[in-house]
Write a protein that binds this ligand. Structure first.
Ligand SMILES: [Zn+2]
Length: 454
């Protein structure tokens, strides 16, 4: 080592000193309407790209490249900072694009005019994921651009749009070679509770259709004996759960969740569950939302109630989204659901069931050196014992990195928290969480470097 590693106090002091500038960075980045959605203009995304590149240069990064694939509106930034010889390599991933603001009327301040108050910043993208960019820049500045590890920043500009860039890692795995890959597109279960995300549920689509008549028939003339396809379909869908709301489909993996989770009250608040309405399912909450399956009816063809039709339906179709235990192959779970649906035969009617698009989840390794380094970093940054959680939704890039570099440890933490309202109105970042994330990233690099030295 050419220099002494920074101690805990030095990192904390540097992060505190850098914090106002990091908050400024979040504000500057969030002022750009860098929406990645169908039909959104490329201009603001490219502006955001240039701003991120400028921040990297300010932090002392000179090696900055980009990856631009067909179908991408803005490039993925790939920037390198060399550490000491023989040091481990850490890939730091997040994204600089945002989802649309939605209904402006639901915001208390204009979504692209970020408002800074004593403890927070409110604006689209502040938590997801401009804060993580600012934290990475801040952590690099803690070390004056001389980090204790080799760093490769991979900053995507097209994440919210969906799958174009995620094809790249499996196709060019050498670009993503690293001892640890930090996906900073997540955060703590709640403010003040340091949390490593270790699981993401898989997801599979299942389409189910009932066909009963050659064409729709008058309900007065035929109703009563002619089978209504919608009723048959509803009956089949109703058979998926028991009276308590637990799925009764065999072959879907479910296990108790042993990490951190929300309390029922927190979950009710986050989900805006109405008073008097119970949560569904039994057993611990974690196993219902993270380490167990869930079926949601995400599409159902029927005349809208504003223009009903007096007819017995000749056909009816529903699309189901099945969320799957992180370690169960999504296709396998989809087939289990399909087999169960085919066996129902409502009123004796055969259903046509198709398993569609499937994306596997992931259960990250938790025993490796990078995971232990991350635990120690979060423990020091937040002054509390870190917990683990999972996400009910998938982050496809995690799977993509995993395919490219199965041996690299995947570490998920970041500056957002369960209450930040990402993708919703009044998205907010807590400044304290930003500061602690800078400390956590800088400490993680140091802790990981130390594992190679000893
Ligand atoms: Zn995100």
């Amino acid at each position: 080592m050419s220099s002494q590693p920074l101690g805990d106090d030095a990192i904390a002091a540097a992060a505190a000193h850098l914090l106002p500038r990091a908050v400024d960075d979040v504000v500057r980045l969030s002022r750009i309407e860098s929406v990645a959605a169908p039909g959104s203009p490329p201009g603001p995304l490219l502006e955001a790209h240039d701003e991120v590149v400028a921040l990297l240069r300010r932090a002392g990064v000179t090696q900055i490249d980009q990856i631009m694939l067909d179908g991408m509106t803005a490039p993925t930034i790939v920037a390198d900072v060399a550490g000491p010889p023989g040091a481990p390599t850490v890939l730091m991933y997040t994204h600089y694009d945002v989802v649309p603001a939605g209904d402006d009327a639901l915001w208390t301040s204009p979504p692209y005019e970020p408002v800074v108050t004593e403890d927070r910043v409110v604006g689209r993208g502040v938590a997801d994921s401009k804060a993580n960019i600012a934290a990475m820049i801040g952590a690099l500045e803690v070390y004056g651009a001389q980090p204790p590890v080799n760093l490769r920043f991979v900053l995507e500009g097209h994440e919210e749009f969906g799958s174009v860039f995620e094809e790249h890692p499996p196709a060019s795995p050498e670009t993503y070679a690293a001892d640890a890959i930090v996906i900073a597109d997540v955060g703590n279960v709640r403010p003040g509770q340091p949390t490593l995300t270790i699981g993401l549920r898989g997801s599979v689509t299942v389409t189910v259709e009932a066909r009963t008549l050659g064409s729709d028939k008058h309900s007065g003339q035929f109703g009563g004996a002619a089978p209504d396809a919608r009723t048959a379909l509803v009956r089949a869908l109703a058979a998926l759960h028991d009276d308590r709301g637990d799925l009764v489909v065999p072959g879907l993996r479910r296990e108790p969740w042993t990490g951190s989770t929300y309390t029922d009250d927190e979950f009710r608040e986050l989900g805006e569950v109405l008073d008097g309405v119970p949560l569904v399912g039994t057993g611990d909450l974690g196993s219902r939302i993270w380490s167990g399956p869930a079926v949601t009816i995400i599409g159902f063809d029927a005349p809208p109630t504003t223009s009903p039709l007096n007819a017995v339906a000749s056909s009816a179709k529903a699309v189901l989204n099945l969320r799957v235990h992180p370690a169960q192959p999504a296709k396998e779970a989809g087939e289990a659901l399909a087999t169960f649906l085919r066996g129902i035969k409502p009123f004796g009617i055969e259903l046509d069931v198709q398993v569609g698009e499937a994306g596997n989840g992931i259960l990250a390794e938790t025993g490796g050196p990078a995971f232990r380094a991350a635990e120690q970093a979060l423990r020091l940054a937040w002054g509390a014992e870190p917990g683990t959680m999972a996400l009910g939704g998938s982050i496809p890039i995690v799977m993509s990195f995993h395919e490219a570099q199965p041996a690299a440890e995947k570490i998920l933490f970041g500056a957002s928290d369960g209450y930040c309202n990402m993708h919703g109105p009044n998205e907010r970042l807590l400044i304290d969480e930003l500061q602690r994330t800078i400390v956590a990233m800088a400490t993680f690099w140091r802790e990981l470097a130390a594992t190679k030295e000893s």
